[in-house]
Design a protein around this ligand. Structure first.
Ligand code: HEM
Length: 403
């Protein structure tokens, strides 16, 4: 049985090692039951208010008047450095600027657009699953959970066919490079590519996100090219990293909960409910950061303008006041108003697409594979931005095949 040691001060939640602990949810529950909001002193990020309850997640993320995104929506830039893109990138703006930027690209993420993409996603997914079935072993992260979202994001952004291999190679290194330095360098190479494509699309626009961002106006003014491309980059990274970590962590969870894998193959299984539960369970976007704009109060504590408040998503998504029996993976859970996609004005713009991608993946896997066997210990990615794996080596055993 897991045991948690409770101390008067919370453990350092900004250390990825905490999230890799077997008892992290138990520790969070004990803390939350004692207080939903904790003040944490950290070495790299300075003092932080840590919100651990579902109610506080809604209160903080739902109120852009009190809690701003402009000084960053993620930890990692240290105490007093605003991130690149602050005030320019959709995720790092407050209303009304945020509304204008989001409105520009929203049509690409509408229910109708996502429905149009469903068949394409299903085809791509069946292909990667078929290839994996034929292999002795497969890296689930690289070959299954990254491949489809990356191709779909290239489609939506408007990466021309002739550039696909090059872009996929750069993204592979940017997302899956062996060292943080290699990833950062590969990411740096993506930006000039997006820049040159943006220039081409200014004079020859198509029906895609890059063309929209480089040609449309916001309040009568064209977005400067660097702002347009920062937003493309944000959408590309947002659309690939989160889906791949969710798919991977969900797969790992299903190998550890065979009853849930089995439930997915039974009559009456509702993939929409199943995906919501996998999103709640995995909560890979570990945190969302805000900065208080004004002196205010939260959970009876005085928060000063400039204080940073972190909503810890996995804690909110296991809050027993919102979720009955929160530590059980129940694929038929309803209602399931999890905050894995955030809450309020910055609610994930790609949520409908992510849902389609995840439903398609687990539909194709359960249809084709009897079981998925983990061949080697999973390699954690040690990140507090998207908590996942760098690699998960598996073998897919075909349905009706001989093991
Ligand atoms: C399972 C997959 C996903 C998860 C867990 C996830 C998680 C999140 C979360 C928690 C937020 C809120 C951030 C905040 O409040 O500051 C967010 C926003 C965002 N997501 Fe996702 N996301 C996923 C998939 C996607 C996809 C597929 C795309 C793009 C195609 C995408 C693009 C974005 C963008 C651009 C924002 C900023 C929206 C805004 O500021 O208005 N995400 N996502």
């Amino acid at each position: 049985m897991n045991t948690a040691t409770t101390t008067t001060a919370p453990p350092d939640l900004t250390d990825p090692a905490f999230w890799a602990r077997e008892d992290s949810h138990l520790v969070l529950r004990e803390l939350r039951l004692r207080a939903p909001l904790w003040r944490l002193e950290t070495e790299t990020e300075g003092p932080l208010w840590c919100a651990l309850s579902y109610a506080l997640a809604g209160e903080v993320l739902g109120d852009a008047n009190r809690f701003s995104s402009e000084r960053g929506s993620l930890l990692g830039t240290g105490t007093d450095r605003a991130p690149a893109g602050a005030g320019k990138m959709m995720a790092l703006t407050d209303p009304p600027r945020h509304r204008d930027l989001r409105g520009l690209v929203l049509p690409f993420f509408s229910k109708r657009k996502t429905a149009e993409l469903t068949e394409r996603v299903a085809d791509l997914t069946r292909q990667v699953v078929r290839t994996a079935l034929e292999a002795e072993e497969t890296d689930f992260v690289r070959d299954i959970s990254t491949a489809v979202p990356l191709t779909v994001m290239c489609d939506l952004l408007g990466v021309p066919d002739e550039d696909r291999d090059h872009v996929v190679h750069m993204c592979d290194r940017a997302f899956l490079g062996n060292t943080p330095e290699e990833r950062a360098e590969a990411h740096q190479q993506l930006l000039p590519y997006l820049f040159s494509l943006g220039l081409r699309r200014q004079s020859d626009p198509r029906d895609d996100i890059i063309s929209t961002l480089v040609t449309h106006t916001v309040n009568g003014r064209r977005l400067p090219l660097d702002e347009a491309l920062l937003n493309c980059d944000n959408i590309l990274v947002g659309g690939v990293q989160t889906v791949r970590h969710t798919a991977t962590m969900a797969m790992l969870a299903l190998t550890r909960h065979p009853h849930a894998w089995q439930a997915m193959r039974e009559d009456g299984y509702d993939p929409e409910l199943g995906v919501e539960e996998l999103l709640r369970w995995t909560s890979v976007g570990l945190h969302v950061l805000r900065t208080a704009r004004v002196d205010t109060e939260l959970a009876g504590q005085r928060i000063r303008a400039g204080d940073r408040v972190v909503v810890w998503t996995p804690a909110a998504n296991r809050d027993e006041t919102e979720f009955e029996d929160p530590d059980r993976l129940r694929l038929d859970r309803t209602p399931n108003r999890h905050v894995a996609f955030g809450w309020g004005p910055h609610y994930c713009i790609g949520a409908p697409l992510a849902r389609v991608e995840l439903a398609s993946l687990f539909g194709a896997l359960t249809e084709a594979a009897e079981r998925v066997e983990v061949l080697r210990p999973p390699v954690p990615n040690r990140s507090i931005i998207n908590f996942g794996l760098d690699s998960l080596t598996v073998r897919l055993h075909a349905r009706g095949g001989t093991d």
